[in-house]
Each structure stands twice: as C-alpha cells, then as structure tokens.
Write a protein that binds this ligand. Structure first.
Ligand SMILES: [Mg+2]
Length: 369
C-alpha cells in the first residue's frame, strides 16, 4: 500500500461551552476559540485515514493556523507521498527531515496513519501500539483560571456529572491561588483528586510557599510550577513540597524527558501527543519514563472526539499508568463533527471499531470523496 495524497482543512465550527477560559501564560486572554485541522491520508488501495491536529495556543506553540496548514500541505505531505503507511518509523524520519520542529502538524499525519493502519487491519488503533492494558481510564477534567468562587461552582457541577479528578489552572497571586484550591476542595469534598497547573507562573520560592499553604486542601499533583527552562528550580520545588511534581511544558521529546528525569525535576511527566508529534513518538517518551521508573499520565489534547479517541487509545496501552488522565476536554465543545466517544461516570474506554474508532462526518469537515 502506498500513500497517494495528504490533505488538511481547518474546521471552525467547534464552539466552546466555557467562555472566559484562561491560563496563566501570556497575556491571560480568554481562549474562546480553538483551531482544529483535520488531515486525510489516501492510499492507492482506496483506504483513507483521518487525523486531527491543532496549532495550539499561540503563546505555547508560536504557530498560527495558516502556518500550520502550510506546513502540512506544502512541507510534510510531499515528504511522505509514495511511502508505505505501515512504515511509520521511516515516515517520521521523512517528516523530521522535511521540518525539524513541526510536531503539532506531524501529529495530525501520525493520527491519520494510525486510523488508516487500523482500518487496513480491521483493528482498533491501540492494537498497533501494544493493545489494551487499561480497559477503562479515570478522567481528569480541567478548569480554566476563573475567579475562585466561579471556579468552585464550575468544578462542583463537573463532579456532579460523575467525575472524581480535577485539574485547576492557577498562577495569579498567592492569596487567589490558595483561595481557588480551598473553595474547590470545600465544594467537591474529600474524595476528589485535585491537580493544579501553574503553567510556569512562579519562581521556585513562590511555588514552594503557595503549594505549602495549600497543604490543608490535599493536592495530589502540581504541574509545571516554574519556567520550563528552570530544571534546578523545579527540582528545588519538588524537594520542598508534598504533592507530586509534574513536568509539562519542559518535555516535548524523549531526550527532554531524560534531562528532566536526570535533573530530579519531576515525579511525573505529562504525555501529550500533539506537542510530541503523534502517538508513535509519544510512546517513545513513555518508554523513557518506564525505564527510569517515574510516573506518567496522558495530558490534554484539547479539541474534539477524534483527538480524544487517540488519547484514550494511548492511555489504554500504557503499562505504568496509575494516575487519572486528561481525556475529557472534548466535552467542552459543541458542533463536533465526530461522534461515538462518550465518558461514562468519569471513566473512558477505548473505541473498539477499526482505526481511531469514531465516526466522522467527512462532508461536514470538507474531506468527502
Ligand atoms: Mg500544563
């Protein structure tokens, strides 16, 4: 089988149900729109695979939608037309040679290839990355950087839907951050796992002070408290607080995972296929974590049910997974052209249909025929 064509289109109809969502990075503007790029890979045998990617937040990725589309159509696609879609290592070598740093765009192609390979073999995508060891994964739901009172109300509503793990965006002032955690804990009760994500907002000393002030409210995990370059600072935080410290922005590749581990900067690494270049490369980061015996979890891939499906196939296949994963953010968006993936009582199972396993309205996304 040979790849004959790679197409990418932007989809603008996803609508957020959480206006005013912010994180501490950048100018703290609300993220009310999300840019989703669908990728279709066709073959000479008439089979096709559909993937999805996103330029992500400008403040994180530095990419615009136009740049991201141009990368896929004019730089990455020509590098793999003619390749056998099952030769995924070779395909990633070609993609890397075509563009050294374009992991978010490559992720869309990688997902389309897993969808295609699964359909060709009539197996769900997880069987191509080791199969299922976690049949059902506990879902962590995220909460943007709202005022403490509003955050507590919003998280209470989520817990009432059956969720038992939350991740709160923090990173304004000490008083506000502590009040956020206190109010949320009081609203959701003692049984809910709470993670906070500073998105690099603190100096090491600020982080230590804030996290220790939150001690009465029982945090499980603290994500990226300090600047992504500051491994020493993160290691210092890790030594002086109780909760597990998770690396996010500072790990994009297996080599970066190794550096974080060697510097003692984290207890946990967040695996995110969009920024790591897809499922194939993400699993390599997971292997580094397993070798070093440090924990991992599957982090957010904001967007729709197709990225959610890729995320749960990955989470289902991870032998070292003990923490809940950020698999449910597709619930924040209306007008999803994909269907067939739903969370039940706070847990998600991998789809059993071939490929990524969700139904996609190809006419709606402009990729029919
Ligand atoms: Mg994060």
């Amino acid at each position: 089988m040979k790849i004959t064509r790679v197409r990418a289109v932007a989809y603008h109809k996803l609508q957020t149900t959480t206006p005013g969502w912010k994180i501490s990075l950048g100018a703290r503007r609300p993220h009310d729109t999300t840019s989703v790029i669908f990728v279709r890979v066709d073959t000479d045998e008439g089979l096709c695979g559909i993937g999805v990617s996103s330029p992500g937040l400008m403040v994180v990725s530095g990419e615009t939608e136009a740049y991201h589309l141009d990368l896929i159509k004019n730089v990455l696609a020509p590098a793999i037309v003619g390749a056998d879609p099952f030769e995924i290592e070779s395909i990633h070598l070609s993609l890397d040679a075509a563009a050294a740093k374009a992991e978010r765009a490559k992720a869309g192609i990688d997902l389309a290839l897993y969808d295609l390979m699964g359909k060709a073999l009539k197996v769900p995508a997880n069987k191509l990355i080791g199969g299922v060891v976690n049949g059902s994964v506990r879902v962590t739901r995220l909460m943007g950087l709202y005022e403490p009172k509003e955050m507590a109300e919003r998280t209470k509503a989520i817990v009432q839907q059956g969720y038992s793990a939350l991740k709160l965006k923090v990173g304004t002032t000490l008083e506000e951050d502590v009040e956020r955690v206190q109010r949320v804990r009081e609203a959701v009760g003692p049984g809910v796992i709470i993670t906070i994500d500073f998105n690099q907002a603190c100096t090491p000393k600020e982080a230590i002070e804030r996290i220790n002030k939150m001690e009465p409210f029982h945090l499980t995990l603290v994500e990226q408290p300090v600047r992504k370059e500051d491994f020493k600072g993160m290691a210092l935080v890790r030594r002086h607080v109780g909760p597990l410290i998770m690396a996010d922005e500072c790990v994009n590749t297996p080599a970066e995972a190794l550096r974080v581990i060697e510097s003692g900067a984290a207890d946990v690494i967040s695996l995110k296929f969009p920024k790591m270049g897809g499922l194939f490369k993400c699993r390599k980061v997971a292997a580094v974590c397993e070798a070093a015996d440090i924990q991992y979890l599957v982090g957010t891939a904001p967007g729709n049910r197709l990225s959610g499906a890729a995320n749960i196939h990955l989470a289902a296949s991870l032998k070292g997974l003990t923490l809940p994963c950020e698999l449910g953010e597709f619930e924040r968006y209306l007008n999803d052209p994909c269907s067939g993936l739903e969370i039940e009582n706070g847990y998600l199972k991998p789809p059993e249909k071939p490929g990524l396993g969700v139904e996609i309205d190809l006419a709606e996304i402009g990729l029919a025929d």
